[in-house]
Ligand binder design. Structure first.
Ligand SMILES: [Zn+2]
Ligand SMILES: [Zn+2]
Length: 241
């Protein structure tokens, strides 16, 4: 009898939802009711992803992404917005239904107010068709730099130019591209999508074939209040190779 009374006094609070007596309340609910009423993934949660009709790439804004990455990011952001907590998202399966949507099955874990909550859910991904920036730039012949491959006091050989061309193509990053090439009497001009890409190509050519390179930029125009430059990379292969 004595024991029982002590237990009774220990629990001075109770859960208003299920009536359970406990001192461990979360948002004034017992742990079980708190878990039940907390939803990590809302029933009709949708994620929008752009898909390029030309290259098939997935994009969030201008950033290249994957279905998995876009879903995990959106779910994480949503939970942070609602509860202010970080969570762990595991994608279990993704199923592409058709050109305009995909279904993603996932598992989400978060510790909210000290309670570990795990939930399985389904997120719908809606695709919006577009032409990505890279593809529209390729189509428009866009370039920001020209890599001018020449040799010091001589004309580069066909073999050197073929190698330089191969190095150029293998140094192009995922975001970049070569928009055109111009064969000249004294060498080869390679038009590239970005300054970084031009610099990377020039460095690789010099590293593998020798010589040196210099940069010079020219004001090309203004866009959104910023100066736009086009950069020439003057690559000089060594005297004799
Ligand atoms: Zn309860
Ligand atoms: Zn594209």
């Amino acid at each position: 009898m004595k024991e029982r009374r002590r237990e009774k006094e220990k629990w001075s609070k109770f859960c208003p939802k299920c009536g359970k007596k406990t001192n461990d309340l979360f948002d004034s609910l017992c742990k079980e009711c708190f878990i039940k009423q907390t939803s990590l993934i809302e029933a009709d949660f949708k994620v929008n992803v752009n898909v390029c009709v030309n290259c098939g790439g997935y994009f969030k804004g201008k950033e290249r992404t994957s279905i998995e990455e876009a879903v995990a990011d959106s779910v994480r952001k949503e939970i942070r917005k609602r509860y202010g907590y970080e969570c762990k998202v595991e994608i279990e399966e993704e199923q592409k239904e058709n050109d305009s949507r995909a279904i993603v099955y996932l598992n989400v874990k978060a510790e909210i107010k000290g309670v570990e909550i795990e939930e399985r859910g389904i997120v719908e991904v809606i695709f919006k068709k577009e032409i990505c920036e890279r593809c529209s730039r390729i189509a428009g012949g866009y370039y920001e730099g020209i890599v001018q491959i020449r040799a010091k006091n001589r004309i580069p050989t066909e073999g050197e130019l073929a190698m330089a061309e191969e190095i150029a193509y293998s140094s192009v990053g995922e975001k970049d591209f070569i928009s055109k090439e111009r064969k000249l009497k004294g060498g080869l001009d390679v038009y590239v999508s970005s300054m970084e890409c031009g610099r990377r190509i020039s460095r690789q050519i010099v590293k593998k074939l020798g010589g040196s390179f210099s940069e010079s930029r020219k004001l090309y125009g203004r866009k959104d209040g910023r100066n736009i430059y086009r950069v020439s990379f003057s690559v000089r292969l060594p005297r004799s190779s």
